[in-house]
Design a protein around this ligand. Structure first.
Ligand SMILES: [Zn+2]
Ligand SMILES: [Zn+2]
Length: 295
């Protein structure tokens, strides 16, 4: 089969012929129809996520059709259309898995990072992490929902059902989906782009944002929650400053640069209190878990 293969960080992907993979027990093989490109793929190729399997076929927004079943797979049949996200395997029995935080499982494996992904004609996946896709989305429309949509929605849930004013930092793939979901839910969205990115701010407003501005600007109202999708550490203290007392800051990306400035002045004293949560399917999860929460 044809595949795009990463051999070394910083090298371009190479188009190669490689053997079609066989599904093992509990796995299935997917004939790939579409695969979105995620910012995280670029972090892997750029060497910012430092522990990919090599050589690697990246890609974790896979849409395809079940082509073959490994031993013991039930509930899916050849011909079913499925989607494959970043989270590709978890142990299923550790404390994180048992309380529904399986993305933080120490044994987690990620599609297109620890396992070959979908920049190929076929890929193999753990059947537990292959999701049947409903009608109503074509393959290309469905692909971004498997990472941008999924991670965005999980970040929105971490913000809490009571959060009415939501700030979205980094108005890219995830935020542009989430802005539409959140406004449909009746929430107010405040879109933050790079300073001076008028086009991005117009885009945010066109999707229903109440306000849009640069990430160096204060929103006109304090936020109930801020969701950070841009991989930019200094946005964490900025988002804490933009939140009301008791607000929630969710770090929703897979990779983020160093925060550098201490957020304690913004959140550590009685004048403000905010919680920050790291969300989704991240590598390096242990380093985040060890960080304190500010309350
Ligand atoms: Zn992604
Ligand atoms: Zn686990």
């Amino acid at each position: 089969m044809r595949a795009m293969v990463l051999h070394r960080a910083h090298d371009p992907l190479a188009l190669q012929d490689v053997p079609v993979p066989d599904p093992g027990p509990g796995q299935l093989r997917i004939a790939v129809r579409a695969n979105g490109v995620c910012r995280t793929d670029l972090h892997i190729v750029d060497g910012e996520l430092t522990e990919p399997k090599l050589p690697l076929i990246p890609g974790h927004q896979v849409v395809g059709v079940v082509d073959a079943l490994g031993e013991g797979v039930t509930g899916l049949q050849p011909g079913d259309r499925v989607g494959l996200p970043w989270l590709g395997f978890t142990c299923g029995h550790c404390a994180f898995c048992e309380r529904g935080e399986e993305n933080l499982c120490d044994e987690a494996e990620f599609t297109g990072y620890d396992r070959d992904g979908g920049f190929a004609e076929y890929c193999v996946a753990d059947a537990r992490f292959a999701f049947p896709l409903p009608e109503g989305f074509d393959d290309v429309q469905a692909a971004p929902l498997l990472c941008a949509g999924l991670i965005g929605y999980r970040a929105l849930r971490l913000a809490g059902a009571q959060a009415h004013r939501i700030g979205l930092y980094g108005f890219g793939a995830a935020a542009h989906i989430l802005c539409q979901v959140a406004t449909w839910q009746g929430r107010e969205v405040y879109g933050f782009t790079r300073p001076g990115d008028g086009e991005g701010q117009d885009f945010a407003r066109s999707l229903g944002a109440t306000w849009a501005g640069g990430s160096d600007e204060a929103p006109p109202e304090r936020l109930d929650a801020a969701l950070i999708f841009a991989p930019v550490g200094p946005l964490v203290p900025a988002a804490l400053r933009a939140c009301r007392k008791g607000g929630v800051v969710v770090c929703a990306g897979i990779h983020m640069s160093d925060i550098r400035a201490s957020p304690t002045r913004s959140c550590g004293r009685s004048d403000r209190s905010a919680r920050w949560r790291t969300s989704p399917a991240r590598t390096g999860a242990s380093s985040w878990r060890s960080r304190p929460r500010c309350r």
